[in-house]
Design a protein around this ligand. Sequence first.
Ligand SMILES: C[S@@+](CC[C@H](N)C(=O)[O-])C[C@H]1O[C@@H](n2cnc3c(N)ncnc32)[C@H](O)[C@@H]1O
Length: 509
Amino acid sequence: MSRQYQLFATTPKGLELLLVDELRALGAKDPREKLAGVSFQGDLTLAYKACLWSRLANRILLSLASVPADTPDELYRGVQSIAWDEHIDAKATLAVHFVSSNSNITHTLFGAQKVKDAIVDQLREKYGVRPSVAKEEPDVSVYVYLQRDVAAISIDLSGESLHKRGYRLSQVTAPLKENLAAAILKRCNWENIAKDNGTLMDPMCGSGTLLIEGALMAADIAPGIMREYFGFLGWKQHQPALWRKLWDEANARREAGIARLPQIIGYDEDAEAIKSAFENIERAGLRGKIHVEKRDLFEFTPMTKLQPGLVVTNPPYGERLGEVEEIKPLYTDLGNRLKLAFTGWKAGVITGNPDLGKQMGLRSKKQYAFFNGAIPSQLLLFDVEPQNFVDRSPEADNARRVRAAQRAVSESQQAAIEMFANRIKKNLKHIARQAKREGKTSYRIYDADLPDYAFAIDVDGDKIYVREYEAPKNIDIKKVERRRQEVLAVLPELLSVDPGVIYFEVISE
Ligand SMILES: C[S@@+](CC[C@H](N)C(=O)[O-])C[C@H]1O[C@@H](n2cnc3c(N)ncnc32)[C@H](O)[C@@H]1O
């Protein structure tokens, strides 16, 4: 049996479970979910495959040892207990990446220096020459994760984060990381939609990350195939023939896959974004396979003869205060476009603000939480079907408000507002009758007649306007809300009207 290694794949928080599945499918043994990573075992073939094929991992680490590292000297001794000549040629270049959490050694540059000293001292003693340090693309990259004064020491086989596929040199503001885009597409079930030849569309595609990752997935293209650098290329145990074989296999799969790509289309209102998407598509070797075009969201419709599929998008978030309000209509627009022209499609929308998602007027079937960089975000999944359309008309809002009030008001409270109800009934008898006699269709049926119920209620044709006088600051807000719910709950029956015609607002005197 070929040599087995203990491996660890790092990933952004929230993607661990997807990564467990991905690594298992690649052949990983015993993949286990950890915080921001997955531990697993496998041989060198598997380690190479993880570097070449993982769409979700940041780094693939080959674990060497865990050593106690309370002090710098202890760290030095621990690093020296590893036989570095098995991994690093004395004439090679080297970089050390040091991460510290909850430990005595907090200074990461100092920690990295200590680790480097231990390695080069050992090799110099043995060979008389020592590796030199290279920050960019070193032959071997050593990764140390110090947690609670225990240092986990690994070789970073990826060398540089795998989300850097090599196609994205140009970018617009707020692009999604490539591995996050891949995770979003997996959550949207894009792999299966693509198998059925479904279309992929992103109406706000920016630099095209979702479109390109979608194409790589659908065409069975290894995300690492465009990379020229990996951390294992200069590692002493690297097996070039094995790597070449895996790369050639991936290349053959790419050629077969690219011939059967479904339609992939992106729009953005910003010409610069489209230019950068175009350049990225070209660099990814997907020219002619993804269509991008400058187009505003209000022109977003599927061209005729498109196979229904997936609309996936990452609209602006409105991170700064005040921006959220400005951006709300964009989400309403997106919802309207989907409802109007994409029935039968699936949709996935990434947003940093749940309130924005609600503006779409579509009931989501699933929500996933993850981090887009430091921003806690949500992926909302939709089946664009009429039964999931939420009516955002004022009448629908009125009816929802009344129904919520009726749910909140219990039977016992209903009894408590009998006084209010009796007053309305009494007023109606006189005022409504008189209005009828005079041929009036607009009249006031109640005006804060009872001090506890500070409302003005007007009939205007077949509409009812309930205006609540703003309560003084010293009144308990809970009490104000309860009165409001009581009134809204009983009015439809008292006035024999549909809840949808009861408009409500708070007015300050
Ligand atoms: C957060 S960025 C998308 C980033 C993209 N996912 C990437 O990885 O590059 C949001 C994009 O929405 C576009 N956008 C905003 N309003 C739009 C509108 N009304 N119509 C079309 N695109 C719009 C912006 O130009 C921007 O490129």
